[in-house]
Structures are given as C-alpha cells and as structure tokens.
Design a protein around this ligand. Structure first.
Ligand code: SF4
Ligand code: SF4
Length: 162
C-alpha cells in the first residue's frame, strides 16, 4: 500500500509506461529526473557547468545491481568494457526481469521516481517467503489442533477430579 497519495504525481503516467515495459528502465528514468544540481557537489567553480546534466556517470551501479547480469556474468564479455546504462541495455535488453534495482541504484534518478517505484511496484515483484506462506495456510489448523488437545486433556482431568 503506497505511503503517499500519488494521484497528483506529475510523472505517474509516463513512469508507469516505462515500468510496464519489459526493457531496461534506468536511462529513461534518468532522463525524467532533474539531473545534476549545484548542491550535489561540495565545491564547484561554475555550478552551471553541471546543473541539469542528466548524463550517465558511468558509475556502474546499475550493472552491479542487475540480477540478469549476476546470473549470467558472461553477458559482460570483453567487448563490453563500459559500465554505463548503454552497456546494460545492450547486454540485458528485453531479458529485463523488471526488478527495478537499476533505478534504485542510479545516483542520477530522482528520489521521487524511486519512491514511486518502490511504493507501487516493488511489493508486487517480491515473492512471499515460502515459510510464511505455509504458516499462513496451516496456522489456523495447527492452532485448532492444539486447542482441541488442550480441551481434551482438560475434560479428562475434570472427569477424574469430579
Ligand atoms: S536491474 Fe532489474 S529492472 Fe534493471 S535491467 Fe536488470 S532486471 Fe531489468
Ligand atoms: S547507475 Fe551509474 S552507470 Fe547506471 S545509468 Fe545511473 S549513472 Fe549511469
């Protein structure tokens, strides 16, 4: 259940389109963001040089966070030396599992876009823990069984005493 009411969120529709598509989303989310702002650096001679820059920083965070590349690291062969969103697109492409880790890992994606993604999508793609699922299904049966046993013992003891 989203914490915020996103009805008025200006990027809701376009972001939903991006998130619905089975394709690497990080670069498009980066372009929807505000980009580099003066307060992102401690000191800068000319803040306007980087203000609004939405370019990929080549930090590789999206590459490192992608489960497709973790499972198949050989996709990043010697020809893919770059650690950019373009490299992610060329190695993963439509095999994207829509986990959205790359969006969350990218320093160039605005927090509001990350919040929206987490609040509206991430709970849907995290499978429930198996143990919890089993517990959920059989908990009432176990409780009823224990209660029945205790009730039986109580009735037996009562019959012996009275
Ligand atoms: S990190 Fe997740 S959303 Fe991003 S490209 Fe990889 S599988 Fe797709
Ligand atoms: S995480 Fe780094 S490499 Fe990936 S798109 Fe963002 S800035 Fe570029």
């Amino acid at each position: 259940m989203p914490y915020f009411n996103y009805e008025e969120f200006e990027y809701k529709d376009v972001l939903n389109e991006i998130l619905d598509e089975k394709d690497v989303p990080v670069a498009r989310c980066r372009l929807l963001s505000k980009g580099f702002e003066p307060y992102h650096r401690l000191s800068l001679d000319d803040p306007l040089l980087v203000e609004g820059d939405k370019g990929c920083l080549a930090c590789g965070n999206c590459i490192d966070s992608c489960p497709v590349l973790r499972k198949e690291p050989e996709r990043l062969d010697d020809t893919t030396v770059q650690r950019t969103s373009m490299a992610l697109e060329s190695t993963v492409g439509e095999d994207c599992e829509q986990c959205y880790s790359c969006i969350l890992a990218c320093p160039q994606v605005d927090t509001s876009l990350k919040d929206y993604t987490v609040d509206t999508r991430v709970p849907e793609v995290i499978p429930p823990a198996r143990a919890l699922g089993i517990l959920d299904k059989y908990l009432m049966a176990v409780v009823a069984l224990v209660f029945g046993i205790l009730l039986g013992v109580f009735i037996d003891i009562s019959a012996l005493i009275f």
